[in-house]
Design a protein around this ligand. Structure first.
Ligand code: ADP
Length: 632
């Protein structure tokens, strides 16, 4: 615009105005150029900033993605590490658990082995004790009569056979398991064979008043079988059925031909097997809980199982606790294509008899020797032992010096002890019904019987068992096989130490010692204090007659009498009289100066003359002389 003014004023020849306009026009055009340059510069700067920011953003983005990648990598690595760590922990836990499991199994195995050895030891030591004992007696010439020698021979043979049976069963199992056995297969009618085997148990069954029957469904069942194996299976099953069935029960054997096979059943109305035990009873050395106390090795059924399998058969059991058990053996009728020799029962029936014959003996030979009539002068020894031969052996050792009584388990032993109050009890530890330890605890916890010394005789010789015996209250421990001298010496020394205590007590008591019971054991002292309390409390009204004192002590007259004699050597009536006279003497000493008549009735003497007489007999002075002498 100023440039237009410049041209306009130039045309008007107004050069001054034209110059001004020109200068202004130039200034304006400069400023426009300048501003456009400025604009450009600013734009360039903005672009630069933008570029820088973009670069920064790109850098940041790159850094971010790098970091994200790094984070992802770290996450992946940590995840892998964590997984690995979890896996390692799981593996370690698994290893730990399996190690614990293995340890548990090893411990169980160790326990089973130790149980097995304990049982085997018991099984071996019991017959050995009898054999060695009788052998020694025969050697010393203790038996002079022919029948004594014969019966010793009989027991030695019986025990030898039972040892042989045990060893044979163990050998059979080991042969069957190692497949070293060569079974002798035969073909023939099995029915009469089973009949004969069942019949061989009629005696032991009769002795337990058990009805033993055999009912074959068919009379003629031809089959292939190994007679020796078959006999062992049936004998073991019938033996167990009789062993685990109480008196007056039933054992029924049945046999039937089924499709391509036979089914042999042995059913009893016995104690039954618990559901927990049933899956294990065919395992070697497994003994059910129901067998606690009865002596066995847990080998019989394991052998049966191996024998059944060796004849390609099956065995199963069904049982209800308290109701009975049924063992079922299924065997095939034919064994391969072999032409087996015909089974001739008359020629082959003694197969295996040598080793098995003793099973029946084992059931029938349980009769205990008869006890002797008690003789007041000789001490009574009660033998509690389930093995009749051991009882007999102990009896033969002790009968010269002691009156012997017998019981065949802890329950019977405890009851008989309470009844007859023996001077000493000799007891086995492992016994049916109630074992020796439990019986000992029962006897030692009762005031009636806790003074009676008890000797444990057992095959168990571990330190732990001895401690258990002592903890139960046993006074001494004798390990089978023991010699007769050892037994005699122990019995004698225990009875002697009781007699010594008695003597000390009676000497102290007669010498007028204040508390003669100081000489006694804690248990005996407690018993006497209890007795004295009872006598004092019944003195005035009944004169403490033996009957009422015994009933207040919760004992029978005989129990009280025998216990008191064992502790003090005095009879109950003599001891009560002594307590009453002692009280009378104290009352005579009393400064209150009671009348002598009153003192007599306070001490339960209704008859004054009798009081004076017994007082004089005891203290050598009459009551009035006593008072005068004392007061003088
Ligand atoms: P054991 O020498 O202990 O009798 P077995 O192998 O013959 O050994 O038997 C294993 C266990 O099975 C026994 O300890 C007992 O618990 C149980 N048993 C076997 N037969 C009978 C039965 N007829 N009635 C009850 N329990 C039985």
């Amino acid at each position: 615009m100023y440039y237009a003014y410049y041209e306009y004023y130039s045309k008007l020849n107004d050069y001054k105005a034209a110059l001004d306009s020109y200068v202004l026009s130039n200034e304006y055009s400069d400023s426009v150029v300048n501003s456009s340059i400025l604009d450009k510069t600013q734009n360039a700067r903005i672009q630069l900033v933008k570029d820088r920011m973009q670069k920064e953003i790109q850098d940041r983005e790159a850094e971010f993605s790098y970091q994200a990648r790094a984070q992802r990598r770290i996450l992946a690595v940590s995840f892998i590490a964590l997984t690995l760590a979890i896996m390692v922990i799981i593996m370690m836990l698994y290893l730990l658990r399996s190690r614990r499991k293995v340890n548990r199994m090893l411990r169980k195995l160790e326990m089973m082995r130790s149980d097995f050895y304990t049982n085997i030891t018991h099984e071996l030591r019991t017959p050995l004790t009898v054999i060695l004992g009788y052998g020694k007696q025969l050697e010393k010439g203790d038996f002079t009569k022919r029948d004594e020698v014969q019966s010793a021979g009989k027991y030695i043979r019986g025990q030898g056979e039972s040892l042989l049976n045990l060893v044979n069963q163990l050998l059979d199992i080991s042969k069957l398991r190692s497949k070293a056995a060569k079974p002798e297969w035969r073909r023939g009618n099995i029915v009469p064979y089973v009949q004969m085997l069942v019949d061989s148990f009629s005696n032991p069954a009769r002795q337990k008043f058990i009805t033993l029957t055999f009912a074959p469904k068919q009379n003629d069942i031809e089959m292939d079988f190994v007679p020796d194996y078959f006999a062992k299976i049936l004998r073991n099953l019938v033996f167990n059925a009789i062993k685990y069935t109480p008196e007056h029960g039933n054992v029924a054997v049945s046999l039937s031909e089924e499709k391509n096979g036979i089914e042999l059943r042995v059913a009893d109305t016995g104690i039954g097997i618990s559901p927990e035990d049933q899956p294990h009873i065919f395992e070697s050395f497994y003994q059910g809980a129901n067998n606690s106390g009865t002596i066995g090795t847990g080998i019989g059924l394991s052998l049966v199982d191996s024998l059944v399998k060796a004849m390609e058969g099956r065995i199963s059991v069904k049982s209800d606790l308290g109701k009975g058990s049924v063992f079922t053996v299924e065997l095939p009728l034919s064994h391969g294509d072999g032409k087996w020799r015909y089974f001739d029962m008359d020629m082959e029936t003694d197969l295996g008899e040598g080793s098995e014959g003793t099973q029946e003996d084992a059931l029938s030979g349980e009769e205990l020797p008869a006890g002797q009539e008690a003789n007041d002068a000789t001490p009574i020894v009660l033998v509690v032992e389930d093995n009749a031969d051991i009882s007999r052996y102990i009896g033969s050792e002790l009968k010269k010096s002691y009156t012997l009584r017998y019981a065949c388990n802890g329950k019977e032993g405890a009851a008989l002890t309470r009844e007859i109050m023996p001077d000493l009890v000799i007891s086995d530890i492992m016994m049916p019904e109630m074992d020796g330890l439990e019986m000992c605890r029962e006897l030692k916890s009762s005031e009636i019987t806790n003074h009676i010394p008890l000797i444990f005789i057992t095959a168990r010789s571990s330190q732990e068992d001895k401690v258990k015996g002592i903890q139960a209250g046993g006074d001494a421990y004798l390990t089978k096989p023991f010699s007769s001298d050892e037994l005699n010496a122990l019995v004698e020394s225990l009875l002697k130490s009781r007699a010594l205590l008695r003597k000390k007590f009676s000497e102290a008591a007669t010498e007028g010692e204040e508390d003669a019971s100081d000489k006694l054991s804690d248990k005996d002292r407690h018993f006497l204090h209890h007795l004295i309390d009872v006598v004092y409390s019944t003195m005035a009204e009944s004169g403490s007659d033996v009957e009422s004192v015994a009933s207040k002590m919760c004992m029978t007259r005989t129990q009280l009498n025998r216990k008191l004699q064992a502790v003090t050597g005095e009879t109950t009536s003599a001891y009560i009289l002594r307590i009453r006279l002692n009280r009378a003497r104290r009352l005579l000493d009393d400064p209150k100066n009671f009348k002598i008549g009153d003192i007599a009735s306070k001490c339960g003497f209704e008859d004054f003359a009798y009081f004076c007489r017994v007082f004089k007999q005891t203290y050598d002075v009459t009551p009035s002389q006593y008072r005068k002498r004392v007061t003088a």
